[in-house]
Design a protein around this ligand. Sequence first.
Ligand code: OAD
Length: 258
Amino acid sequence: MSMEKAAAVLRRAQYPLFLSGAGISAESGVPTFRGTRGAKVGGAMEGLAADRGIDGLWNNYRAEDLATPEAFARDPHLVWGWYNWRKRLIASTQPNAAHFAIHRIAQKLPNLLCATQNVDGLHTLAGLESILEMHGNIYRTRCTQCQSLAIIRDDVTPTTQCGNCQSANLRPDIVWFGEQLPRAVLDSIYARLAVCDAILVVGTSGSVYPAAGFAIEVRRREGVVIEINVEDGHKPYAHDIYLRGKAGEILPQIADLV
Ligand code: OAD
């Protein structure tokens, strides 16, 4: 019933917004950052990740301790080590039923604006043509010397040279805590939020802003908040329709109904 309600709301919405978090990739085997299974970067082993022998080393760290400019300045080997580990792990995964379902929903609802906090690129791999990557992309590096961007699938170290200026000043092109999100991405999302009448939030703990504020904004404007998550958790916003369960099981059903 709620599933039909959710599909009907999305179908009728004029300016729908979709937001995903790490939970949507959990069933692909990408570890989440938070959730019942642990608060540490290598610890939240939902879904297949549990079978992948997640490297216990990373259980000693929180995302907030590694994903910061200060952490990188203090110990670039450690931070690159974490990103190399994550990149290798992500490269071994595939989009799951939830990623494919969102692609299907977007095909049925051409006005759906899709945004993700994930850096794994799995939405694109599932065929979604337009996805706003709010936090960057794990395969992309940025040279802090000449600002050029590059896709590097192999491991990167503090001595890896920039292909453009040859200096060794690469950093992950990922938004760290305390940094600004890409302006163009934010502008698109805020333009949508100004008129948004329904938001579908999937697999996020709602603990990192600005994404955590999107549903608050939609509710303030009396839009509908639809939430899919395996656990209710403590969110800074209320939802109108809550679908408890795995994204990979719920989203395909919604895609059928939309
Ligand atoms: P979190 O790890 O904080 O939250 C993951 C959420 O997914 C939790 O609420 C889980 O209950 C839920 N979940 C787990 N498995 C699920 C499944 N199969 N189906 C549905 N839900 C499921 O991830 P985010 O909220 O995305 O930033 O974290 C936000 C940001 O914090 C990340 O983008 C990252 C991190 O620091 C950066 O790295 C810059």
